[in-house]
Design a protein around this ligand. Structure first.
Ligand SMILES: [Zn+2]
Length: 886
């Protein structure tokens, strides 16, 4: 049986109606009244880097559409010292800040008539340690011992209001003209190029050009002692901006930026609209990347690549993150979702576009497959598909499009459902319409809505118009209802009978739902896969399929659904595993594991596949198995069965490692290097004495000569060494971590430190969370690491409880809701669920409720799963012992 990826669809449609309307400013959700619309801001910010405060002033051109007696806009954690309207000062008592609502209300002395007006404000605020609003990052300068400070901003979702009063909702688009007063040695970067600079006392005033119409969350200001390298592509000035001494490590990013810009100019059909695009590396502030228009900010380790110390997986990650953020320059910045309930439009699309672009330029990386399994999650930006499907099968899931009322809810929307389910839906729709038709629809959508806002309904409308297929009927089932389908396959005579139900795990009485499912399938003996729109609860495949011909659904793992086969169908597929593509083998493994998790199939259903799929050295296959083993290994902490499980798991993984070996061979494909690294990490985790000894001796070699260990294997080797470290080794790792000025290396060393099994070392690792050894955003991330990797949940919880206030102060808007719950995510002990719930009631803000509920459910699932797993695994081992004498 041979499967190709080309997909042709034959379609018949049901009529269903989407609930959502197209974008309309007046009815867009939000807190601010819609009568007053800002058109252009001129903002001047003067930071004080000693006091960590800033003084600001702004004028805002307003378009007042109906007479009003007050102005309501957003402002938070600032003081307003003066306000005037059309040159007339307002009285102090007319200025009211409401911290709970995050608003500023200006009560006007007289009714303000409709028309153009000008608001002027003077204000002051603080520069934050965490990546919220205007923030600072302290770092050690490359090649010097000097501690430096730089400034950056992080405004998405709702933190522009911490730097300047504004209509801080995405549909209030306006032009922005930013001016910054910075110390003489500082370079300042914003969305637009510098228009003028002038020396003044204590520094320089840098004035940037006026931006096109955009949303406030996309404004950026970065300042510090910076270097840059430059290039040009399609008439756009490109730069990578770093702290002093690091610019050359931005070379790979700059080359990638040029390629990607050209690719997107073509794909979107509208050339990148700003005169320049800066990619800015910040050694702290926040952990990811942010698509500010014209000035994308990155945590250093997802932008900089130094061939001497960076691993191949860092290189891959750098490309993928740049591709994601640059896709936002069109999808998100030029055309912006109207409200946060449609965040998926931004994130699902950019995730998909980033993967497509990464795969286009680097086909050898197998980007789509690498995005499937939840491998090494601490290093990846974005979420794997399997993680999204696991969350989406639970009672705590939510639709991709979900109501967002408060700022905290906007912050919570950045999750695996929004990103990865969103990406999967887009991918499924692209393969459903065909690549060219889909792209034409996107071009139409961008052209129709440029410099404006949209809802999901606008996207479906453009795709429907171009394709002639009613996307508005098929797609909303995937975005407006939670969950996803399980497709069951049964054989009767020569007919394949299909049925769908909701796919769930650990979910009592789930509401029944149905989807219109664009299925793909391949029949043994046919060279091209087929497609079929399953639009009801049950249907037959149109083809006659002889009883001895295998059928595989979800060809190439491109669909967002699970499949379960009846016994005869399963046997036929398993008998032909060797003929399937890597993607199809991984898809079968993932579906089999999901069936075990959902308690539809016994454990043997999954384990029975393992020996049959591990003959070839396929990265994605071993990643899926490695992740599953890591999950089980974590489940069995403290259980007498654990050594037996580890022995079994090592026996599955070890032959592949013996084939790939420790050392790379000249000219071997990148995937081999990734596979080697993945196997070392997983075998180390599973207590493989030989691997542990091998890692130790390589680490010793590294200490004498760092070039002795290839950068590709350093994260894995150091992680294994750290896990089984004694005091002296731990301190050696710590010294290395303190010394390096590379954010990537620092991360590698501190992850190794956090994974130590020795409780005395774990005690020292948790203390790092309160130091400034790591950037603010990374410091507290040590704790979940010690809890999960180091297996010290109790110790971590005692420490976290004692220091919760200080730890929460280090979180940004995205981290604050989930930090405490994140310390329990790996527990299978029902008692932990109780502990978290009680603590949340007394000591966590209401905005943490969702994350707490999700973790409580996760613990419940793991506890229940463990009860099922232990006896089933025991009988699997007994069965194996009887079958094959050991
Ligand atoms: Zn994004």
């Amino acid at each position: 049986m041979r499967f190709l990826l080309a997909v042709v669809f034959s379609l018949i449609f049901l009529s269903a109606v989407t609930a959502e309307n197209k974008f309309d400013f007046a009815t867009t959700p939000g807190k601010l009244p819609k009568e007053v619309v800002p058109e252009e801001y001129a903002i001047r910010i003067a930071p004080n880097i000693v006091e960590l405060t800033f003084a600001g002033s702004e004028t805002v051109k307003l378009n007042v559409q109906k007479p009003v007696t007050k102005l309501v806009l957003n402002a938070l954690e600032m003081e307003i010292s003066a306000a005037s309207l059309d040159g007339q000062p307002l009285l102090k008592k007319a200025i009211a800040l409401n911290p709970a609502e995050e608003t500023l209300t200006l009560t006007l002395p007289n009714e303000l008539p409709a028309g153009e007006h000008q608001l002027a404000l003077k204000f002051s605020g603080k520069i934050n340690a965490q990546g919220q609003g205007l923030f600072y990052a302290r770092y050690q300068e490359q090649g010097t011992n000097e501690k430096k400070i730089m400034l950056g901003t992080q405004f998405e979702a709702t933190d522009a209001r911490r730097m300047f009063p504004c209509w801080d909702e995405p549909s209030f688009r306006a032009r922005f003209q930013v001016t910054a007063v910075v110390p003489a040695k500082f370079t300042a970067v914003s969305n637009m190029p510098v228009e003028s600079e002038q020396k003044m006392e204590g520094g320089r005033e840098v004035r940037f050009a006026v931006s096109p119409s955009m949303s406030s969350y996309l404004v950026v200001l970065v300042a510090g002692e910076l270097d840059a390298i430059e290039g040009e592509q399609d008439g756009v000035k490109l730069r990578v901006v770093t702290t002093k001494g690091k610019a050359e490590t931005g070379r790979y990013a700059l080359e990638s930026e040029a390629k990607i810009l050209h690719y997107y100019n073509d794909y979107f059909g509208i050339p990148y609209p700003l005169p320049k695009l800066d990619l800015i590396a910040i050694p702290g502030g926040f952990g990811g990347a942010m698509e500010n228009w014209g000035g994308i900010t990155y945590y250093e380790s997802v932008l900089l690549f130094d061939p001497k110390i960076s691993s191949a997986s860092t290189q891959q990650n750098v490309f993928a993150v740049i591709a994601h953020e640059m896709a936002h320059q069109w999808f998100g910045d030029l055309v912006t979702m109207a409200w946060w309930d449609n965040l998926w439009l931004n994130e699902g699309f950019a995730s998909w576009m980033g993967s497509k672009c990464t795969d286009h330029f680097n086909p050898e990386w197998n980007e789509w497959l690498r995005r499937s399994a939840p491998r090494n999650p601490s290093r990846r930006i974005g979420f794997p598909k399997d993680t999204a499907m696991q969350s989406d099968a639970r009672s705590t899931t939510h639709p991709v499009q979900q109501p967002v009322g408060t700022e905290a809810e906007a912050g919570s929307a950045f999750d695996e459902i929004t990103y990865q389910k969103g990406e999967s839906i887009i991918r499924m729709i692209e393969s459903f319409l065909g690549e060219d038709v889909f792209r034409d629809g996107i071009r139409k959508y961008i052209a129709a809505h440029k410099y404006s806002n949209t809802t999901t309904a606008d996207l479906w409308a453009a795709l429907t118009e171009v394709s002639g297929k009613p996307l508005g009927e098929i797609a909303p089932g995937w975005t407006e209802q939670p969950g996803f389908p399980l497709v069951k396959v049964a054989r009767q005579e020569n007919t394949i009978k299909l049925s769908q139900e909701r796919c769930t795990a650990h979910f009592a009485n789930p509401p029944a739902l149905e989807w219109q499912i664009p299925l793909t399938y391949a029949i043994e003996g046919q060279t091209v896969p087929n497609s079929f729109l399953l639009r009801s609860k049950t249907a037959d495949l149109p083809d006659e399929v002889p009883n001895d011909h295998a059928v595989k659904l979800n060809v190439g793992d491109a669909g967002y659904y699970r499949v379960e086969y009846d016994e005869p169908s399963w046997k036929l597929i398993v008998g032909r595993l060797g003929n399937l593509s890597e993607a199809d083998r991984v898809n079968l493994l993932a579906d089999a594991w999901a069936s075990v998790e959902g308690n539809h199939k016994p454990l043997s259903h999954y384990l029975g596949l393992l020996e049959k799929v591990t003959e070839k050295d396929e990265l994605a296959v071993f990643d899926q198995i490695g992740d599953t083993f890591a999950f089980i290994n974590r489940l069995l902490v403290g259980d007498p069965m654990r050594p037996g499980f580890q022995e079994y798991a090592r026996a599955i993984l070890r032959p592949a490692f013996d084939r790939v070996g420790w050392d790379s061979k000249p000219g071997e494909p990148a995937k081999k290097a990734f596979l080697r690294a993945s196997l070392i990490r997983n075998l180390g985790l599973l207590n493989d004495a030989d691997i542990i000894a091998g890692c130790r001796s390589r680490f010793d070699g590294f200490l004498i000569d760092p070039t002795a260990v290839t950068p590709d294997l350093r994260p894995e080797i150091f992680a294994v060494v750290g896990r089984y470290a004694d005091l002296q080794t731990w301190e050696t790792l710590h010294k290395l971590g303190l010394k390096t000025t590379s954010t990537e290396e620092k991360q590698t060393y501190y992850e190794a430190l956090g994974g130590a099994l020795d409780p005395k070392l774990a005690q020292r690792a948790v203390a790092i969370a309160l130091t400034d050894e790591l950037p603010t955003s990374r410091a507290s991330a040590v704790l979940p690491f010690v809890a999960r990797q180091g297996e010290h949940s109790e110790l971590v919880w005692e420490f976290a409880k004692a220091h919760m206030k200080a730890l929460l102060a280090k979180q940004d808007a995205l981290g604050i809701n989930s930090f405490a719950a994140g310390l329990f995510n790996f527990s299978a002990d029902a008692k932990d669920a109780g502990t978290l719930e009680v603590y949340a009631k007394s000591s966590l803000p209401p905005s943490a409720t969702k994350a707490v509920a999700k973790t409580v459910d996760e613990i419940g699932f793991r506890a229940e799963f463990k009860q099922r797993f232990v006896p089933q695994f025991k009988s699997w081992l007994e069965h194996q012992a009887n079958e094959t004498p050991r």
